[in-house]
Design a protein around this ligand. Structure first.
Ligand code: K1U
Ligand code: ZN
Length: 183
């Protein structure tokens, strides 16, 4: 497996619509594996293909040791709503509260291309909505009020120079187990 580079705010691919996956291939399964490794190394709970510079409609999430690959995900039901804090591996150290559905049902393909439906609540539902937004070029800062978005962008402006070409390279020693322990 390999650590992938993460595209950060300012990289055009983060604002592009993704392309539906027609058929799962070994190459896309390898991409999903590399995305899990990158997400764990960055201490994240989700990662979408555009964040690693790929145009496919594919994302991974892992909360409490429950790794899930979603390919061409579609939310078919939502219920409830709650505000909760979000971060983004493509906008490091910027956080904001976002209103999201507290329960969702989604339809997707798994890493073998098999269709499935998943009901998710709370943090898993929030994370899946965040990842599906990435697949449509949307970022959590788009939901912030004018003032909070301006503050978030000001914080980002002070940090973006640390990411030449809008690329975040994780140090090789960032590779760690799922709970942060060194291997
Ligand atoms: O897609 C991403 O950028 C990953 C992002 C997913 C996410 C986090 C929080 C709420 C919704 C979606 C992250 O993993 S950010 C880092 C993180 O682990 C985290 C940050 C804030 C709250 C909880 C977790
Ligand atoms: Zn994100």
């Amino acid at each position: 497996m390999s650590l992938l580079e993460i595209h950060v705010l300012g990289s055009p691919i983060l604002r592009q619509e993704t392309k539906p996956v027609e058929r799962m291939t070994d190459e896309l399964r390898r991409l999903a594996d590399d995305m899990f490794e990158t997400m764990h190394a960055a201490r994240g709970i989700g990662l979408a293909a555009p964040q690693v510079g790929r145009p496919e409609r594919l994302a991974v999430v892992d909360i409490e040791n429950n790794p899930i690959v979603v390919v061409n995900p579609e939310i078919i039901l939502t219920d409830g709503s709650a505000k909760g804090e979000e971060g983004c591996l493509s906008i490091p150290e910027v956080f904001g509260d976002v209103d999201r559905a507290t329960r969702i049902t989604l339809r997707a393909m798994d890493r073998d291309g098999k269709p499935f439906e998943l009901e998710a609540t709370d943090l898993l539902a929030r994370c899946l909505q965040h990842e599906i937004d990435h697949l449509h070029g949307k970022l959590f800062i788009d939901y912030l009020s004018f003032l909070k978005r301006r503050a978030a962008l000001a914080k980002w402006a002070s940090m973006s120079k640390d990411f030449p070409q809008n690329i975040r390279k994780l140090p090789p020693d960032a590779i760690a187990g799922r709970h942060g322990e060194e291997l």
